[in-house]
Design a protein around this ligand. Sequence first.
Ligand code: NI
Length: 169
Amino acid sequence: MAKLKVYEYPHPILREHASKVEKVDHETRKLLDDMLETMYVESGVGLAAPQVGVSKRMLVIDYERDEENPGKPIYMINPEIIWASDEKVCGEEGCLSVPGMRAEVERFAKVRVRYLDYHGKEQEVLAEDFFAIVVQHEMDHLDGILYIDHLSRLKRNMLVKKLEKSREK
Ligand code: NI
């Protein structure tokens, strides 16, 4: 496994509509492995392929890992939301592509997602609680959307200014 470069706002790759993965092969799995490694090194809970410069519909999630827990990686290829709850939730989000920043974002409380797994097999999962938030955040990346796009213009401008200021240091 290798650690990959994480592209940061406002890199244009983060704004592309990622293309569908046509075939789940060795190369696909190698990228997923490297994405997971990168996410662990950067202490993230989710990472989408566009964030490492690959405009493909793939993501990795692991929100259960800590010092005592080896974690449980989830790999999703071509994920689709096939059902969303009426109920919404608000949670604080951050993103490896918008380093050091956090903000409250509204999401569906539950979503059912259909995807291909690490071996190219079709799966369905009902994502709830924190998992639901993470999967919606990562799936947004595949459509060129960042969590800051869900904020009001005023909040977004403040956050971007803060980000730019933190980079000057
Ligand atoms: Ni993100």
